[in-house]
Design a protein around this ligand. Structure first.
Ligand code: HEM
Length: 695
């Protein structure tokens, strides 16, 4: 059930003092170049006397090669860029901590999962999958959600995606899938989208992707915020306890604020008017102490029970329905600190699913097996060195002693003269640690068989059952959005035969859905019908997620002459409920109410857009310049918010902007006129977020 609860914010934002082991370690590397008594120098420490004019032979003469300050300044600059990540290029991250709620000792010996209350420093990087580093945050795309736990027993990287499932059944297909969704190799377009022919040619001819496409076409493909998005490591891992027993496990991050999304055209428009929408949102939240929080859940299947299900636990195109295998919440991550330097910490961060700790192991999931090689390999190329874990963000807080040597830019100065194993000269150190004493070991799973390229089991041929389970779990509104999103994307596919193939393929998910897509995209109705799956999994629908007013963003449309007491009370109530606000008018500066109340304006109608707000508070007032243009601007915002089903509050001075007619039902519109509870009612509406019954 939807939970419209504003109470969690009643204390306002929480502030927090951090001084964890990772922060202390990073502090050693902070370098300040500006400030009192800071002369400009070369990188070798020589003071510079002129940083504006190059050294020339004569006042109007050519620059001299001898101007080493000029050429070093230029040549260092020329080398600033490194290759962007081959996928997940666009991202941003923050530090924080993970706190364990309950001991998982019975299933795993992982140190950070033993004692309730244990806090582990973390760094989390959110990313888009398809687009380049310079693309847009709100692309219709799957997101990455990669967390590095700096545990006492070494780093543990948990790489999640915003979907519970992935697009391929074997890592072999990854380059094909990525090539197909990335820009056309000939033209280099389009950027950060699957609205193009290659993507759908791939889909139609690699039908194991059906379930993934259902998620991508749904609300899940366009999160409102990284703070309101789930994270799924997708692949099946193993927990290993101190008796060596194994339990299959899938993890999930559940955002405390619930899972919420943008509408298709909002996401498309925001991509242009604020390409940094998600990173701006993360910064805003952390800077004011509204720290993003995610609870960690586990789904577990004991070794020996892996064949009890109608899906294969090694198949990452299938999820483990929460109704069948419950999610057990075991802890919470709080992100409370932004990076100091985007390149040094975010761009140089390196994640790798094989960065494991004792107590967590791989399974034979064929995608996971391929991933164990891919990440370190790509980072050798991208970061250009073997010394990836010398980079401060990647350094463990646990002591690392290796026999690895040299490579580009080795910062650490290894002072030993013995660098091999086994040895006598260094007392055979660094020594190996047996598993019983905390050394990492691989689960001694028994394997036998012929070398083969066969599928691991018959359910690896079932592409549609869970895609239909997903469809069955959607509300009517969510189903309509899926159909629209298909039509939007297929409208960018000129070859009719591909559109037809896609429609025929998705008839296996739902006949009616495919017929509606056919209708919208000018192809024949599908011939086949869907697979006979009747169950649903309610947790997959965003209708069943918590809803809060906390951190929802309100645009306040206001001008001079507003009703001072009414507006002050409303804004105070919004603030007490942790609602974010922009005050928008036709000019920056201060505006003054009827009783002399002054309010600072931080956005103008020309510098912001209605799609950037979750709801509007329409106050109105006396325009500074033109009555007509103020009215048009307010009406533009109102139209957009109204059509996107957003909550709208109208002050007594603003009520004339929106009137009941025989065509509208004004659901989610709250009037202040003769309503002493307006502020409270408006906060309640903000918590509801969308009013889908609006006409
Ligand atoms: C269930 C499947 C998968 C999950 C959960 C997943 C997750 C992620 C995440 C979260 C990132 C971003 C890391 C960051 O923020 O730096 C990433 C990057 C990447 N993934 Fe995956 N991925 C999956 C499948 C694959 C497969 C099958 C391959 C290849 C065999 C692959 C190769 C890569 C590569 C090369 C990068 C870029 C890493 C970098 O340059 O730093 N992924 N993946």
């Amino acid at each position: 059930m939807s939970e419209h609860d504003n109470d969690r914010s009643s204390g306002g934002y929480h502030h927090h003092h951090y001084n964890d082991a990772k922060h202390q370690q990073l502090s050693q590397y902070y370098k300040q170049n500006t400030g009192y008594n800071k002369p400009l120098t070369s990188d070798t420490g020589k003071k510079i006397s002129n940083d504006n004019w190059s050294l020339r032979a004569g006042q109007r003469g050519p620059t001299l090669f001898e101007d080493h300050h000029f050429y070093k300044k230029q040549s260092h600059f020329n080398r600033e860029r490194i290759p962007e990540k081959v996928v997940h290029a666009r991202g941003d991250g923050a530090y924080g901590e993970f706190e364990l709620y309950k001991s998982m000792r019975h299933v795993t010996r992982a140190h950070f999962l033993q004692e309730p209350g244990t806090k582990t420093p973390v760094f989390t990087r959110f990313s888009n999958f398809i687009g380049s580093k310079g693309s847009k945050d709100t692309a219709i795309d799957i997101r990455g959600f990669a967390t590095k736990f700096y545990t006492q027993e070494g780093n543990y990287d948990m790489l999640s995606l915003s979907f519970a499932i992935f697009s391929i059944m074997d890592a072999m297909k990854f380059p094909d899938f990525v090539h197909a969704v990335k820009p056309n190799p000939k033209t280099g377009v389009p950027q950060a989208t699957v609205a193009h022919e290659h993507a759908w040619d791939y889909v139609a001819n690699n039908q194991e992707i059906a379930h993934f496409i259902m998620w991508l076409m749904s609300e899940r493909g366009r999160p409102r915020s990284w703070r309101m998005m789930e994270g799924w490591p997708v692949n099946t891992f193993r927990f290993i306890n101190d008796r060596g027993q194994s339990t299959f496990v899938r993890f999930v991050w559940k955002p405390v604020l619930g899972v919420h999304s943008l509408m298709l055209d909002e996401a498309n428009i925001i991509g242009g008017v604020d390409p940094d929408f998600h990173r701006r949102d993360l910064h805003e939240a952390i800077e004011c102490g509204a720290y993003p929080e995610y609870e960690l859940g586990v789904q577990m299947i004991p070794e020996g029970e892996e064949y009890n299900y109608n899906f294969d636990i090694l198949d990452d195109t299938k999820l483990w329905p929460e109704d069948v295998i419950p999610v057990e919440i075991i802890g919470k991550m709080t992100l409370n600190r932004l990076v100091e330097n985007h390149f040094a910490e975010e761009e140089q961060s390196s994640f790798d699913p094989s960065t494991l700790v004792p107590g967590i192991n791989f399974t034979n999931d064929p995608v996971l097996q391929g991933r164990s090689f891919a990440y370190r390999d790509t980072d050798y190329h991208r970061l250009g060195t073997g010394n990836i874990n010398n980079i401060p963000v990647n350094q463990p807080i646990a002591e690392a002693n290796t026999n690895q040597q040299d490579s580009y830019v080795r910062h650490q100065i290894d002072v030993d003269d013995v660098n091999y194993k086994d040895n006598q000269l260094a007392g055979n150190t660094p020594y190996v640690t047996p598993p019983e004493q905390g050394g990492f070991s691989h689960y001694p799973e028994q394997v036998q068989g012929y070398k083969t390229r066969e599928r691991p089991g018959p359910s690896f041929y079932d592409f549609f059952s869970q895609a239909r389970l997903f469809w069955n779990s959607m509300t009517h509104v969510e189903k309509q959005h899926i159909i629209e999103t298909f039509i939007f994307h297929l409208s960018y596919v000129p070859t009719k035969g591909i559109r037809q193939q896609v429609v025929d393929m998705f008839a296996s998910v739902d006949q009616g859905m495919a017929a509606a897509i056919a209708d919208g995209t000018g192809v024949n109705p599908p011939e086949g019908s869907h697979v006979p799956v009747y169950d649903s999994s309610p947790g997959l629908s965003e209708a069943n997620t918590p809803h809060y007013a906390y951190t929802q963003k309100v645009g306040v449309l206001i001008n001079d002459g507003f009703h001072g007491e009414e507006v002050r009370h409303t804004l105070d109530t919004l603030k007490q409920n942790g609602v974010f606000m922009d005050v928008i008018s036709d000019h920056l500066g201060t505006i003054v109410g009827s009783d002399g109340t002054a309010i600072e304006v931080n956005k103008t109608f020309t510098s912001t857009y209605p799609v950037l707000y979750d709801s509007l508070y329409v106050v109105g007032g006396r325009p500074r310049h033109s009555e007509a243009s103020f009215r048009y601007d307010v009406m533009d915002f109102l139209h957009s918010a109204y059509k996107h089903y957003k909550p709208i509050g109208l002050a007594t001075t603003g009520q004339h902007f929106l009137r009941p007619t025989h065509e509208n039902n004004l659901s989610g519109v709250v009037f202040a006129a003769s309503n002493p509870d307006f502020a409270h009612d408006f906060v309640h509406a903000i918590a509801c977020q969308r009013f889908w019954d609006r006409t």
